[in-house]
Design a protein around this ligand. Structure first.
Ligand SMILES: NC(=O)C1=CN([C@@H]2O[C@H](COP(=O)(O)OP(=O)(O)OC[C@H]3O[C@@H](n4cnc5c(N)ncnc54)[C@H](OP(=O)(O)O)[C@@H]3O)[C@@H](O)[C@H]2O)C=CC1
Ligand SMILES: Nc1nc2c(ncn2[C@@H]2O[C@H](COP(=O)(O)O)[C@@H](O)[C@H]2O)c(=O)[nH]1
Ligand SMILES: [K+]
Length: 479
């Protein structure tokens, strides 16, 4: 990366900078590879944050199917983490994970999980697990909330036979021929997944992130306290693909000890550690065993660290400096926090990150944990909160005695409650991935780069005023 003009002697964040186009020999955005090449199996540079409101097993599986990686949060009990990892590993790679209900569930129950939109659908099973049929989600919008889903099965959808699907393109054509937007996929009468026209199209554009056995990949986080060795071993035994050691202040002795402990287990998994924002933080964590550094203090949407402590660093400069230090040591950087637009992802990659970690933006999706809420204007949202918020601290330390809990709660550095609205045009995390990867593929071709490495080398970055940033925004109503 080079600065267009003079490099300023103060720190920059994503909004302070822009990319300048340069001569390109890349003739199509579809020629671009977004593969991070950081020792994980990811195919796109997108990782979901280890936050309770962001990454659950469904979001992790959906992300991996499109080449990304979900990090399950350290606050999940070990038993739940174990079953979440195994659940992801059991999900179909070529088809979508069905959203399942029993026949006596109501329309209102289904609407807590999936919006009544074309291209989405639900699967009904008997209490014994037998496949009963499948409904398009659109029927949920035109049926009374107390109606039983089983009573709507006369509108059941035609299924697709997996034997007829020779490749993703043929799946798309089969749906078109059957005039379907969404369908269950059966093999020998057994449900193996669902499919929509959009997911069939996506399967032609993305490659899944899979392990050596061809199963979807998933990461999990552990904190730095307690028996980290036992937790790391248990997660590895469950089949986790990447371990993330995470604490607010990653450049501390407790982290170095925890990292060295996990490294010494020789689990053969990439170790991610953070959060840090300085080159010396990078070198200390790499020396202790980190392969990838999680970079970012304070940029997160749920984060109050900068206001509480003044600590942190504008994220573009933090990523730029730490990724240069990491590269010298053969390590990589995940740019964690503050990503609100596809442009921020492009800028993080230009600054040298191998992947970008996204939290709050993904909290407002169908696949994120938690149920859908509707506000007074009928807009759908999900709740989100910071992992250092009073809410998260109370949940994490709920089993401590009240005095210890009260002491911990004093140090909250995050907001406890926020509404993250679903974008009506992009309610699924996959819709956001489409938007992000299209934007970033295009950024690459503007820079004449066909892969992440070339983009990092060729990117020309200018510094702009607040008015310059503002000029780039679209105008939803006239002047
Ligand atoms: N990226 C960011 O900007 C931030 C992210 N977070 C996220 O919140 C979650 C909770 O993290 P965390 O609060 O570290 O909790 P952890 O449960 O990981 O515990 C942190 C440990 O480090 C000690 N510690 C020492 N100094 C600090 C410090 N300045 N801030 C926090 N702990 C410190 C704590 O002791 P004691 O409690 O006695 O002080 C405790 O033992 C994580 O997912 C983290 O990534 C939180 C804040 C900032
Ligand atoms: N200071 C705090 N940082 C937090 C908290 N919860 C999460 N985080 C960090 O934010 C990113 C995600 O950023 P986003 O802008 O995409 O939402 C996450 O990975 C953590 O590093 C918190 O309570 N306080
Ligand atoms: K913030």
């Amino acid at each position: 990366m080079e600065f267009y003009g003079q490099e300023p002697d103060f720190d920059l964040t994503y909004s302070d900078v822009f990319l300048v186009p340069s001569r390109s020999a890349v003739t199509s955005r579809l020629e671009v590879s977004l593969a991070p090449g950081d020792g994980t199996a990811t195919r796109i540079p997108i990782v979901s944050a280890n936050m309770n409101s962001v990454t659950g097993p469904r979001l992790a599986a959906t992300l991996a199917r499109r080449g990304g990686l979900g990090v399950l949060p350290q606050d999940m009990p070990l038993q739940d983490l174990d079953s979440a990892i195994r659940w992801v590993k059991d999900q179909p790679v070529e088809y979508d994970t069905p959203i399942e209900f029993t026949a006596d569930a109501t329309v209102a129950d289904a609407l807590l999980v999936t919006p009544a939109l074309a291209g989405h659908g639900i699967v009904l099973r008997s209490p014994a697990g037998e496949y009963l049929g499948c409904l398009p989600a659109t029927v949920l919008g035109s049926t009374p909330p107390d109606a039983k889903l089983g009573d709507l099965l006369h509108e059941r959808l035609t299924s697709i036979d997996a034997e007829d699907v020779t490749d993703p393109r043929s799946a798309f054509d089969l749906l078109v021929a059957a005039e379907l937007d969404f369908a269950p996929v059966l093999r020998h009468g057994k449900l193996i997944g669902t499919l929509s026209r959009t997911s069939a199209l996506r399967a032609t554009l993305y490659r899944p992130a899979v392990d050596a056995s061809g199963r979807l990949v998933v990461a999990a986080a552990i904190g730095i306290n307690g028996d980290v060795a036992a937790k790391a071993r248990a997660l590895a035994a469950a089949g986790v693909d990447v371990l993330v050691l995470d604490t607010a202040h990653g450049h501390q002795e407790g982290m170095l000890r925890a990292l060295a402990t996990v490294k010494s287990l020789g689990l053969g998994l990439p170790l991610v550690a953070g959060n840090v924002v300085t080159p010396v933080g990078v070198s200390d964590l790499v020396a202790a065993g980190a392969d990838i550094l999680k970079v970012g203090v304070g940029p997160g949407a749920m984060c109050t660290t900068r206001m509480m402590t003044a600590v942190g660093r504008p994220q573009f400069s933090a990523v730029l400096e730490t990724s240069a230090a990491a590269r010298d040591l053969g390590a990589h950087v995940w740019a964690d926090g503050g990503v609100r637009y596809p442009r921020d992802v492009a800028l993080a990659l230009a600054a040298g990150a191998s992947s970008v970690m996204i939290g709050s933006w993904f909290a407002g999706t169908v696949e994120a944990p938690g149920t859908l809420h509707t506000d007074a204007d009928g807009r759908l949202y999900k709740e989100s909160w910071g992992m250092a918020s009073t809410k998260a601290v109370q949940e994490r330390f709920g089993r401590l005695d009240p005095y210890e809990l009260a002491r911990k709660t004093l140090f909250a550095e995050g907001i406890s409650s926020s509404k993250i609205y679903l974008d009506p045009g992009r309610p699924s995390v996959e819709d956001l991935l489409d938007m992000i990867t299209s934007g970033v593929r295009s950024s690459f071709t503007y820079a004449g780069a066909s892969n992440v490495e070339e983009f990092r080398e060729r990117a020309l970055v200018g510094v702009q005023s607040a008015a310059g940033y503002d000029e780039g925004k679209a105008l939803p109503v006239s002047w």
